[in-house]
Design a binder for this molecule. Structure first.
Ligand code: SF4
Length: 689
């Protein structure tokens, strides 16, 4: 930036869950520069390319500036309308549909991009104001399986470790986790201990795999066999912490019998790894003083995601690698506020990790809110993919998407398109317009984004960080929080649900009371403390230091996790396995990063990676333009990159690009527990354009 800032504001990055602290420079109220905050404990002054250019998002072209309505109905253009008309139409259209079909006919998809205070406010609005249970976050597309897996093993969500563990562990095993691209600043935490051994299990030779001491190029979805095979060796060779197992776990005997079947040869056959490599990795993990297992979407994006997390937790429990410095089974989350939404929302649990089916929890919440307990739902509503399927089946007739762009991010686009066109009323609330999803909207609400509103995010290590406003929203755009409160007013519930509220700090104060005494207790921190300390971790630096888990008997539970073949195996028509993922330059569906020239110029288009063996067999040449075809649809005109980064029989494509949308071909298969999609494996063929 050539212009010099006259003011610097502390805030937290609004992209990924690393949660880097930053300083934003403004001149005459306009954002002109971004720097890493040198005093911040997470990133110590560093930022990745997205963070360094984040201030440019605010004044990028394509911001949504006015409410827009299809006044003449579907097939007519969206036209600017006043906020008054927009929100009146929204309340009356949804009200009419609820009158006809019941209150659950409204499906709402929130996002890990909202502030915790906003997500908390939205949960109350949907569940108690609109009275629909069908509410979920786009976080179900990225880390719902981590939540379910933690609940299976430990009885509650909550990543037990801290980023500092990446430095202190003497063995770090990353499973399906390409942090060099997706959480780049976390990579700086690796290897500060020169003795540390980094092991990366990934079918693809990712940038992270290139950093590893040992790369395990496992066959797609064979991570469960690898984890069970490591357990087998730990048990066989006595590399377990029997005292820890006896004192703090249950289900051990059944697990021992189960793991006996995962012989080295069997695991080698399933994973494609040599027997020697599996032995070596198991011994490194088993002999570590402190071992850390981190995972991201390679694990979560699977129909077996939740139980794969449980299989990871099994290893930590067997060896007592939990609740100590350097020792943790650790879900590296996705979005900047994935954790805050997990804790405060109404989606997979009631606020404060309370259970829908617990009378005690419901009564406790109702008492805080001074409402009758019977007004609280006793079971969660439909999860994101089930809301989409219900829209296709006309059981959900109104859809409200908030700061998310499912046309690019949801699997099996054709199914989604059917839902969007079948639903009778679709609202898209976003900071940008047009977006691919807004094409299907009956009503568009322009929202303020990061940098234009104040509150908190919580990162992967449970660190609550302050987010500050330093710019004004463009045009008539309003904060999501303001939109929610105005809707509450129009529904006549503002005084009951949000008595006296006018700012996100009011929501924070209530959320503190709601979380008090819970595992995710925010009650002892003020916004000022959080900002001055570079964030505060709820639950302290690590969870479960005392070995007591939030299950009825206080013990963590071993799970016997079978390794099942994935849903859509390659065959003679569709002979390649497509894996999808991300790249460092872009954030999710490129709504923001596609509008930042430096990022978009670095990576303007999608590509497809193919192994030279397959390229030769299929007679492709480097940089051919190709179509990727699955049973569902095709992605056309994609640049082919022939590279050993992917193994024979597999291809890889990033998912960010609307124009070359990988989710045209991905599979609509979901984890039965978490409902997270299986983005990582589907069968395709590749054709020359
Ligand atoms: Fe932002 Fe994540 Fe990059 Fe840090 S690593 S600057 S949080 S995108």
């Amino acid at each position: 930036e050539s212009r010099v800032a006259d003011t610097w504001t502390r805030t937290t990055c609004g992209y990924c869950s690393v949660g880097c602290g930053m300083l934003i420079g403004t001149r005459d109220g306009e954002p002109v520069a971004a720097r890493g905050n040198p005093d911040h404990p997470v990133n110590r002054g560093k930022l990745c390319p997205k963070g360094l250019s984040e201030h440019q998002v605010l004044r990028a072209p394509g911001r949504a500036t006015t409410p827009m309505l299809r006044r003449g109905g579907r097939g007519t253009p969206l036209v600017p309308v006043s906020w008054e008309e927009a929100l009146d139409v929204m309340v009356s259209r949804i009200g009419a549909l609820q009158e006809a079909h019941g209150t659950d006919t409204l499906g709402v998809i929130g996002t890990g991009q909202l502030l915790t205070e906003e997500f908390y406010t939205l949960g109350k609005l949907v569940q108690l104001g609109f009275q629909s249970r069908n509410y979920d976050g786009n976080t179900t597309l990225c880390m719902a399986s981590a939540v379910s897996g933690y609940k299976l093993s430990f009885g509650s969500d909550g990543p037990p470790g801290a980023y500092a563990d990446l430095e202190t562990a003497d063995v770090v095993l990353l499973v399906g986790s390409n942090i060099a691209d997706n959480h780049p600043i976390l990579c700086n935490r690796l290897r500060s201990n020169p003795e540390q051994v980094l092991i990366v299990a990934d079918p693809r030779v990712t940038k992270t795999a290139m950093l590893a001491d040992i790369h395990l190029p496992v066959k797609p979805r064979s991570d469960i066999a690898l984890l069970n095979g490591i357990a087998h060796i730990l048990l066989r060779d006595g590399m377990i912490d029997r005292d820890y197992v006896d004192a703090h776990t249950e289900g051990f005997d059944d697990f021992v019998s189960f793991a006996a079947d995962f012989t080295l040869q069997h695991v080698s056959d399933v994973t494609g790894l040599s027997v020697e490599t599996i032995e070596r990795v198991a011994h490194l993990y088993g002999n570590a003083k402190a071992a850390f297992i981190g995972w991201t979407m390679g694990v979560n994006h699977s129909t077996q995601g939740s139980v794969t997390v449980a299989a990871i937790n099994n290893l930590a429990m067997l060896t007592g690698n939990i609740g100590r410095a350097g020792a943790s089974p650790f879900s590296i989350t996705g979005q900047c506020n994935a954790m805050g939404t997990r804790e405060s929302g109404f989606a997979s649990s009631l606020p404060g990790y309370r259970k829908f089916d617990s009378e005690h929890d419901r009564e406790e919440l109702a008492a805080i809110w001074e409402i009758p307990a019977h007004r609280l739902p006793t079971a969660r509503g439909l999860a994101y993919p089930d809301i989409i399927e219900a829209a296709v089946a006309k059981r959900v007739t109104a859809l409200w998407f908030i700061a998310t762009n499912p046309v690019v991010s949801f699997p099996n686009f054709k199914l989604l398109q059917q839902a969007l066109t079948t639903a009778e009323f679709v609202v898209v609330q976003d900071g940008f317009f047009p977006t691919p999803t807004a094409d299907y909207a009956d009503l568009v609400l322009p929202a303020a984004i990061w940098g234009e509103k104040e509150g908190t995010y919580t990162n992967s290590e449970r660190r609550i960080s302050k987010v500050n406003a330093f710019a004004t929203p463009p045009g008539e755009a309003r904060s999501d929080f303001d939109i929610f409160l105005t809707l509450a007013e129009k529904l006549g519930v503002k005084d009951v649900l949000y008595p006296g509220w006018s700012t996100t700090h009011d929501a924070w104060l209530e959320w503190q009371r709601v979380s008090a005494g819970r595992m995710c207790d925010y009650s002892s921190f003020t916004w000022q403390q959080i900002e001055e300390n570079g964030g505060m971790q709820w639950g302290g630096e690590r969870l479960y230091e005392d070995g007591i888990f939030p299950r009825e008997n206080g013990r963590a539970l071993f799970h016997c996790v079978p390794c099942l073949p994935f849903t859509e195996q390659p065959d003679s028509d569709f002979g390649l396995i497509l894996n999808t993922g991300r790249t460092v330059e872009h954030w999710h569906t490129r709504t923001k990063t596609g509008a930042v020239p430096i990022l978009n110029n670095m990576m303007p288009n999608a590509w497809l990676e193919m192994n030279p063996v397959d390229a030769e067999r299929l007679q492709f040449r480097q940089h051919d333009r190709v179509n990727i075809v699955s049973r569902r649809s095709s992605v056309t005109n994609v640049e082919l990159r022939i590279t050993g980064i992917v193994a024979p029989g597999q291809v890889f494509m990033p998912f960010h690009f609307a124009e070359q949308n990988s989710n045209q071909v991905t599979l609509g298969a979901f984890d039965p527990i978490s409902r997270e999609p299986n983005f990582k494996q589907c069968a395709v063929r590749v054709e020359r354009c």
